[in-house]
Design a protein around this ligand. Structure first.
Ligand code: SF4
Length: 349
């Protein structure tokens, strides 16, 4: 059975939900090494050796939502909130450009005090002053706002769905609807954004069948970017006390995502590095990932953007993160991309 599935991968045949669940259940290290080696070869064939760096700017930790796993949910009164001023965001984008990043990711909670007018103006000014691609990760908004922001110059949008199980989604997101999230992902694609989404690994109640379904959902949504990171328990949330996600399972989902949607950009996430600081990101880059997102948020804000606790790289200034990241990537013998790192899927069409 396993050899038949491995043969399907070698011949580029579609994997069924049952095939994916079987691979996700693998525990024998020899079998896992075979799987990871195949995923790494697919990565090399479809997206090459270059690693793409995206400078991450977490510009506000205010959020109107109350997702049950998230440390910056509105119900967490213990966290100190911050908002970066527009000029401060612009300065930080310039720092990212000076460090050589050709993409900035502007990320926040769902903070509606940044109106669409303010954000559109910010995007226009970035595009006039700095030579970078812009990814937005600002949550759910009306369709007209996504259209305005795209017209202003935003290139990409990240909106994770976290799980394709409706029941689990409803339980985790007391004030969001699964159908609405899926509809928004469709809008973003229709508008013209390069679209990213993703899931968390190790959520309470998650199964290998559910994760297999998540991977097939990535394909169905025709995503340009897929983020896969372990769930890390935050004690100031309703999920306090739940075990954090499993690093090996995260590796398996990354490897299978690479195999199922070979052209996707897949980051080696900070959450992985948090659970496995020595080599979590490096290992991910060796089994399918091709993107890293160094944090360029001013150090005084970083610790406050606490989606989960003990996040790595919260003390370092942007230049230190940059030096560390370059060293880690070069140690793998992988070159760092000098271009914007737009969607491969679109380039290949
Ligand atoms: S996951 Fe996103 S939308 Fe949900 S509470 Fe956290 S920041 Fe807000």
């Amino acid at each position: 059975m396993l050899n038949q599935i491995f043969n399907k991968i070698d011949y580029g045949q579609e994997l069924s939900k049952k095939d994916l669940a079987c691979l996700l259940a693998l525990e024998n290290q020899g079998d896992l090494d075979v799987l990871y080696d195949k995923a790494d070869k697919v990565r090399q064939k479809y997206v090459g050796d270059e690693v793409h760096l995206r400078g991450l700017i977490e510009f506000s930790n205010y959020c109107r939502k109350n997702c049950n796993y998230c440390g910056i949910r509105r119900g967490n009164s213990k966290i100190k909130r911050y908002r970066m001023a527009i000029e401060e965001i612009l300065d930080t984008v310039s720092v990212a450009e000076e460090l050589g990043y050709r993409t900035v990711v502007l990320q926040s909670g769902e903070d509606m005090s940044y109106t669409v007018d303010k954000l559109a103006e910010l995007i226009k000014r970035i595009k006039q002053q700095v030579d970078v691609a812009i990814t937005l990760s600002i949550g759910e908004r009306p369709r007209e706002e996504y259209e305005r922001l795209y017209e202003a110059g935003a290139d990409r949008f990240l909106l994770r769905f976290e799980t394709s199980s409706r029941e689990l989604y409803r339980w985790l997101h007391p004030d969001s609807s699964y159908d609405e999230r899926m509809e928004i992902l469709t809008w973003l694609k229709e508008i013209g954004y390069q679209v990213g989404s993703g899931v968390m690994i190790g959520l309470p109640g998650q199964t290998v069948e559910g994760l297999a379904q998540d991977i097939l959902k990535f394909k169905e949504l025709d995503l340009d970017m897929v983020g896969v990171g372990p769930y890390i328990c935050h004690e100031e949330t309703p999920l306090a006390g739940h075990a954090s996600g499993n690093v090996e399972m995260t590796f398996k989902v990354i490897a299978l995502t690479r195999i199922v949607i070979p052209y996707a950009h897949i980051p080696a996430t900070t959450a992985l590095a948090t659970l496995r600081p020595a080599d979590g990101r490096e290992k991910a880059l060796q089994l399918g990932a091709n993107v890293v997102m160094p944090n360029v948020t001013p150090a005084k804000y970083r610790a406050l953007y606490e989606l989960y606790p003990s996040k790595v790289c919260v003390q370092e200034e942007a230049a230190q993160c940059h030096g560390c990241m370059y060293g880690r990537i070069y140690s793998l013998g992988r070159p760092i991309s000098q271009d914007y790192g737009h969607s491969f899927r679109r380039i290949s069409q």
